[in-house]
Design a protein around this ligand. Sequence first.
Ligand code: AMP
Ligand code: MG
Length: 437
Amino acid sequence: MNAPRAPLRSLDDALVALLAQARPLPGTESVATFEADGRVLAEDLVSPLQVPPQDNSSMDGYAVRSAEIADEGVPLAVSQRIPAGAAAQPLQPGTAARIFTGAPVPAGADAIVMQEDTEALDDGRVRILRVPEPGQWIRRSGEDITRGSTVLARGQRIGPAAQGLAASIGRDRLLVARRPRVALFSTGDELVMPGQVAPEAMRPGAIYNSNRFFLRSLLARLGCEVQDLGIVPDRREATLEALRDASASNDLILTSGGVSVGEEDHIKPSVQQLGALDLWQISMKPGKPFAFGWIAKQSSRGNTARADDGTPSPTLPRQAGEGSSTYFIGLPGNPVSSFVTFLLLVRPFLLQLQGATRLEAQAVHLPAHFDWPRPDRRREFLRARRNAEGGLELFPNQSSGVLTSTVWADGLIDVPGGQAIARGDLVRFLPLAELLA
Ligand code: AMP
Ligand code: MG
């Protein structure tokens, strides 16, 4: 018998259950290193060379044998000139080599004297004004990377610095996980699109579809290929049709709205007709309603798979994400709920589909510069930002419909259920810069 409402489950349990289903997608792709930003590496990058390849100068100056310079003021003949990119001859005893930053250190030299510590003499010699330490201003071969070492591991998400590092060992192409294909649609008869209806022409009850915009960008940032199906009306047939369409060529169908327990919420029966669905009530704020399931790619009306409310269906683990089925995730409609549940649940899910090893953002602990005397029973994610004193301030309106809070904020404060906060308390802060990366 179906209970009308599923029991609350913790966010941690929900994440574990979700990740238990997220099997890395088969298939990799070779991309230009230039195009690899945001993708997940599908190979270990082992360096075929030393970086830097040879000892080189970190200063403009003179390469010398330090043992030949016992005192300040020694004049030396300048026996060669070595700009960056040139090959060096062995250093003749009793001489110095003019050298520039990045140029190879000549054999025999063991120190660089920076040009500020020298005086060029009229006869072409150079006077060394300061006694050098052996090894000074030399960048050693392999100081950054040694030949044979793994510089980036499979599962690492590639960012600008990793692109540079891959290039530094000669890689112009990288093997990465293929992009997850995600179908996106918004549900709600109240929704209209900006650009299609002018603000002054909005009918009563209508609102602009905002979720579609941030969800599409969030998906793109996570390396997904998005098929945007727009707004699906609150009708069973339309919902079924959209789901069937979307399941054909996607790995995941992501929807917003329609997963509460209202009569206008058609997601649940429709997904259940085509596959299986668990409707979760997650003990978090904003958030709470969240749906997870799968849809058979070859949809047939005779499909009898069913999932009960709240309890993970035995059919879910076997079917989700396999070749014959498409994952389904239904986010709540309230914009802030949609945004936050995406960041905390969908983001790690999509990263795991790509084989990423680091799924969660690094939290930091910072002092609260506010009081939060009446906490909710549920775990809360408060929209906050850091101030110049290194403390956290709260956006005044924490309602789950107030999207302004997410733009104002630069992070979320993770408040355990039932826990009040007093000014000065250290609280757990998740920077949006990490969650949005
Ligand atoms: P629902 O989850 O469908 O019950 O929607 C909850 C609330 O979120 C309602 O006030 C909806 O109007 C609003 N909402 C649902 N979808 C969107 C959307 N795509 N953009 C903005 N608001 C939405
Ligand atoms: Mg709705």
